[in-house]
Design a protein around this ligand. Structure first.
Ligand SMILES: [Zn+2]
Length: 175
C-alpha cells in the first residue's frame, strides 16, 4: 500500500499496466498497491488527464484477477448487502465519510480540478456503487481506512498476498 507522494513510475510498470488493461494506461502518477510478486494492482491517475479530461477515479484497480473477483462479488449482490450494513451502522458511516475525505485529499495532492470537486469514487461518501473503486482505495490506503473496501477484500477470492498474475480466473478482466 502506498499513498502520495508516489515514486516515479517505471517503464516496467507501464508495460505490466498495458498488459493488464489491454491498452496504454493514461495519466499515471504512481503505483498505489502491488501484488506480492511486485506487479501493480492499483494505479493512481492524475485528476486531469493530458487531454484536459477530469478524472475522478484516483485509485483504479488494474489487476485482472482482482477486478474479476470484485465483479463476482457484485454479481452476488454483495453491494446491496454492504449498502444495507452501511445504512444500519453509524460508526461505519462516519468511517466511510472519512475515507471519502482521505480519497479527495490524496487526489488533491496531484491538483485541484473544479469539475470533480467533492466527487470521489465508488459511491462514497454515502452509497456503495462500485466495489472495484472501493477495493482499490482500500488496497492503496491499507486496512482500516475504507470500511466497505476492506469488507469487499475480506470476501474476495483474490488477495495481493497470493500471486495470481498468470491466472486472471473466470470472468477475466471485466469490471
Ligand atoms: Zn503477482
Amino acid at each position: 500500500m502506498t499513498t502520495p507522494p508516489f515514486a516515479p513510475v517505471t517503464d516496467a510498470d507501464l508495460i505490466v499496466l498495458r498488459a493488464q488493461l489491454g491498452r496504454p494506461a493514461r495519466g499515471v502518477v504512481g503505483i498505489a498497491a502491488r501484488c506480492v510478486c511486485g506487479n501493480p494492482t492499483v494505479v493512481a491517475t492524475a485528476p486531469r488527464l493530458d487531454d484536459g479530461t477530469p478524472f475522478p477515479t484516483f485509485y483504479y484497480l488494474t489487476h485482472p484477477a482482482a477486478s474479476a473477483a470484485m465483479s463476482r462479488l457484485e454479481a452476488d449482490h454483495i453491494m446491496r448487502e454492504l449498502g444495507e450494513q452501511l445504512a444500519a451502522d453509524d460508526q461505519m458511516q462516519a468511517a466511510y465519510r472519512r475515507a471519502h475525505e482521505a480519497y479527495l485529499a490524496d487526489r488533491a495532492s496531484y491538483g485541484e480540478v473544479p469539475e470533480i470537486d467533492g466527487v470521489s469514487a465508488g459511491g462514497m461518501p454515502t452509497r456503495v456503487k462500485c466495489l472495484h473503486a472501493l477495493a482499490a482505495h482500500a488496497l492503496a490506503a491499507g486496512p482500516g481506512v475504507n470500511p466497505i473496501g476492506d469488507a469487499a477484500l475480506a470476501r474476495a477470492d483474490w488477495s495481493p498476498q497470493r500471486c495470481a498474475c498468470a491466472d486472471p480466473g473466470p470472468g477475466g478482466a471485466a469490471g
